[in-house]
Design a protein around this ligand. Structure first.
Ligand SMILES: NC(=O)c1ccc[n+]([C@@H]2O[C@H](COP(=O)([O-])OP(=O)(O)OC[C@H]3O[C@@H](n4cnc5c(N)ncnc54)[C@H](O)[C@@H]3O)[C@@H](O)[C@H]2O)c1
Length: 382
């Protein structure tokens, strides 16, 4: 018999005004000097102001680090570590989307002198870097301001390394934030386009986790629950940005997607990575463009599960209705209808498929796929 491990360790606070509790959480984690990490847009929206105010009110000394770009780089991590040490911070608070939260996880990992001080490339998940990561790092509070990646409960951080100029996944259960605070107000400023693309990121996580190979009834139930929330609320969050009910539902769904994808992902993730890396597409958009073809491809082996997904999504339980429903949602959110519309041409697909085939996510796709099958899915997504 195969032994499996099921674990859900993150403490999550959810609700309007939840960030007011951050001071208490900081104290419980033993933090007295916090480095608040954000990026320029998050600072411009003033989302960090109530976070800093609540920390200071609780007597936590705060300083701010904002040199994080979208799709963070190794330099962002180095600068953040220097800032953390200069301020003698003992707590990391990430306030932002996946880019900021991932950067915060890695700044935290490298916080202590002489701990995790190998070249970042050594920690690459693809080469077994997890074995070098210990729990010796300060506590971290994650406050997501997008509803997509679920990085606030995830065990991975994605960074572009100097050595290979590629997005590299660094993975360890020790990277999981100590506490995640989900306050729907923190996503109300998200522009419609980002609401749409990050929402598709979450949807794709839930769909692919539900279809992924593996025996994980908890992840399956959570993934279906996430699809249900997205089917009912993503359009509303897009159309009415300050509808905090819809925003909160999307935050829950994004978090659930990341909890569920510990089971694994699939071809959609593999197809999206080279589109994001090489073509600069927002990852959620890349997934929105490829997900219908992935579902169709998998339907020969996963028909029953796709019917469950269709039902949860709120359409008739059939493969065709689910695929059409995904395309309709894409259109309703004002997203392009295919890869051609974002400038991807037929003659680039072969090279993209070669890279997609190297992605670890294909291993858990329910229907085996290599270069040729992935190329077929890219073609079907044109
Ligand atoms: N760790 C994981 O498990 C995981 C999973 C998927 C993706 N990722 C990574 O996450 C990153 C993408 O994260 P993302 O999609 O959340 O986007 P992002 O963090 O890159 O943010 C996109 C833009 O939105 C802005 N923004 C964020 N919140 C806002 C708000 N409330 N109001 C206005 N503007 C706001 C940001 O400042 C930024 O300019 C990528 O680097 C990707 O590789 C990580």
């Amino acid at each position: 018999m195969n032994l499996v491990t099921w674990a859900y360790p993150t403490r999550i606070l959810f609700g309007e005004g939840a960030i007011q509790r951050i001071g208490l959480e900081a104290h419980q984690l033993g933090g007295s000097r916090a480095l608040v990490i954000a990026d320029a847009n998050v600072v411009a929206t003033r989302l960090i102001d109530p976070v800093i105010a609540a920390l200071e009110e609780a007597g936590v000394v705060t300083s701010l680090f904002t040199e994080v770009r979208e799709n963070p780089t190794e330099q962002n991590i180095q600068a953040g570590v220097a800032s953390l040490r200069a301020k003698h911070a003992d707590l990391v608070v990430g306030v932002g989307g996946g880019s900021v939260l991932d950067a915060a996880k890695l700044i935290r990992m490298r916080a202590l002198p002489d701990v995790h001080d190998r070249p970042l490339l050594d920690y690459d998940e693809a080469t077994g870097g997890e074995r070098y990561i210990s729990p010796r790092m300060p506590a971290m509070i994650a406050i997501p301001t997008t509803a997509g990646t679920g990085s606030e409960v995830g065990r991975s951080a994605v960074v572009t390394l100097d050595a290979n100029q590629r997005k590299t996944v660094i993975f360890s259960p020790h990277l999981q934030p100590s506490v995640a605070i989900l306050d729907p107000r923190m996503t109300a400023t998200l522009p419609p386009r980002l609401t749409a693309t990050t929402g598709f990121d979450a949807l794709s996580h839930c769909v692919e986790a539900y279809l992924a190979l593996g025996d994980h009834p908890l992840c399956d139930a959570i993934a279906l629950g996430g699809v249900r929330l997205i089917g009912a609320h993503l359009r509303r969050a897009f159309q009415t940005p300050d509808d905090l009910g819809a925003r909160g539902a999307m935050q829950k769904a994004a978090m659930m997607g990341a909890v569920a994808f510990q089971k694994g992902l699939g071809a959609g993730q593999a197809l999206a990575h080279p589109l994001a890396n090489d073509r600069g597409l927002q990852q959620g958009l890349a997934k929105a463009l490829c997900l219908p073809a992935v579902v169709e491809f998998n339907s020969t082996v996963s028909q029953e599960r796709i019917l469950h997904l269709a039902e949860a999504f709120g359409v008739e339980p059939s493969v065709a209705a689910f695929v059409d429903g995904l395309k309709q949602l894409r259109a309703d959110l004002g997203l392009p209808g295919g890869l051609r519309e974002v400038g991807v041409t037929e003659h680039t697909l072969d090279a993209l498929a070669t890279k997609a085939a190297e992605d670890a996510s294909v291993r858990t796709n329910p229907r085996p796929c290599g270069h040729d099958e992935l190329l077929g899915m890219y073609r079907a997504s044109l």
